[in-house]
Design a protein around this ligand. Structure first.
Ligand SMILES: [Ca+2]
Ligand SMILES: [Ca+2]
Ligand SMILES: [Ca+2]
Length: 407
């Protein structure tokens, strides 16, 4: 089914407005850059996605190579204002040409018709035929039982084709199960499942996850795409230390026009949760006495007073008394004062009532005998569906590396 030409003509009337907005916007100075498969390979795309704890093999790409898949950089500018969404670079897959994500937004109907088929798994998700599918598949071996990835879905179908049959879709099948879902009950990431109405502003499903960028609204975000989601995070169960299968797929729905794109963060497919908290100071060396136990505590706190208490604490005891005859303790530390040991501590805390799209500033504090010895830099946590979790409490899991020496 092809849509009629008058829709494109209507968009042409809007073009001059978009040009003016682009000239006036400082966001037009910097922005996205892309490289398609003329200068990179499917293996390199898969490698770019695999973060710590994940190895990959058997990479296959089907779709409109070389133009429909590649890598991107400069992605912080695809968020509006100063509130960066945090996906600066990664892999981009398209139902058209990945180069068409580069801003500013000058057209309401950017199209590359690849004249390729859709994907049967995506057809099943949206209940109708898809077109111009680009599919990146590979096997991977994770070192833990969960993987995480972060992505942004964007399309030219926004906003005029919201609630139509042109319901472009993205999915991330992990061992056959789509992880790119949102809401309760879970629904696939698609035009009709994330929007703010047609016309824009009328309210729609999962509207807080939607960022409007249409030309009529001044196209505030530096990408050609008329609308996009906020950065979404997916967490999926996998089988550790065994081969699992991943399939990333994007397609046009209804016809092969008005491109959709998905941005997936570099190193995104990882067994380490996406929230990282780093110490501000260069990692302090915690000095501990002789053979006694050395106990430190991690607590979290809000950097600003908003929100419910970020109350959780973990105590870390690192020095067990030595067994007789042993020359070192559980960390392998001897009495040599120059020797140091590192310990990685897993830490989880809950944040209550973070509305979708809002942020909370938190930091971790490291104390010993009640005295603060270090604190992390402030981390901005955005409330998104996947960390909002059950009972409106975000559970954030992170890891902190501690360094110890004897004195
Ligand atoms: Ca556009
Ligand atoms: Ca489309
Ligand atoms: Ca297309």
């Amino acid at each position: 089914m092809r849509r009629t030409d008058y829709r494109t003509k209507a968009w042409r009337l809007w073009l001059p407005i978009g040009v003016l907005a682009a000239v006036a916007s400082p966001a037009a100075i910097a922005g996205l850059t892309t490289q398609d498969l003329n200068t990179t390979t499917p293996d390199q795309l898969a490698s770019a996605l695999a973060g710590p704890g994940v190895t990959i093999s058997n990479v296959q790409l089907t779709g409109g190579a070389p133009v429909s898949a590649g890598v991107f950089a400069g992605g912080n500018d695809i968020a509006g204002g100063t509130d960066k969404i945090g996906i600066s670079d990664g892999v981009v897959l398209s139902s058209g040409n990945v180069a068409s994500v580069v801003g500013p937004n000058l057209s309401g109907s950017t199209t590359t018709s690849l004249q390729l088929p859709g994907d049967p798994d995506l057809d099943a998700l949206v209940g109708t035929a898809t077109f111009d599918a680009t599919v990146l598949e590979f096997d991977f071996v994770p070192s833990a039982d969960k993987v995480f990835f972060q992505y942004i879905f964007a399309s030219e179908e926004y906003n005029e084709f919201v609630n139509s049959t042109f319901n472009d879709v993205f999915a991330f099948f992990i061992n056959g199960v789509n992880c790119a879902t949102i809401g309760d009950p879970r629904v696939p990431v698609s035009i009709n499942n994330i929007n703010n109405g047609n016309p824009f502003g009328g309210g729609g499903p999962n509207a807080p996850l939607y960022q409007n960028n249409d030309i009529a609204s001044g196209a505030p975000i530096n990408t050609e795409m008329d609308g996009l989601t906020v950065a979404l995070t997916c967490e999926a169960a996998v089988t550790p230390n065994a081969s699992n299968h991943m399939k990333l797929a994007i397609a046009d729905t209804g016809d092969d026009r008005l491109d959709a794109n998905v941005f997936v963060k570099t190193g995104s497919i990882t067994t380490v949760p996406p929230v990282e908290i780093q110490p501000t100071q260069s990692q302090p060396i915690i000095s501990c006495r002789g053979s006694s136990q050395c106990k430190v505590s991690l607590t979290c706190e809000f950097a600003t007073s908003s929100g419910a208490p970020c109350a959780n604490r973990v105590d870390v005891s690192v020095f067990a008394p030595r067994r007789s005859g042993s020359s070192s303790d559980a960390l392998g530390l001897s009495d040599d004062q120059s020797a140091q040991a590192r310990k990685r501590v897993r830490y989880a805390f809950g944040i209550a009532n973070v509305p979708v799209g809002e942020t909370r500033n938190v930091r971790l504090k490291l104390t010993k005998a009640g005295r603060r010895i270090a604190q992390s830099s402030v981390t901005r946590l955005r409330g998104v569906m996947d960390i909002q979790n059950v009972a409106q409490t975000a559970v954030v899991r992170t890891q902190v590396r501690l360094r110890f020496k004897r004195r």
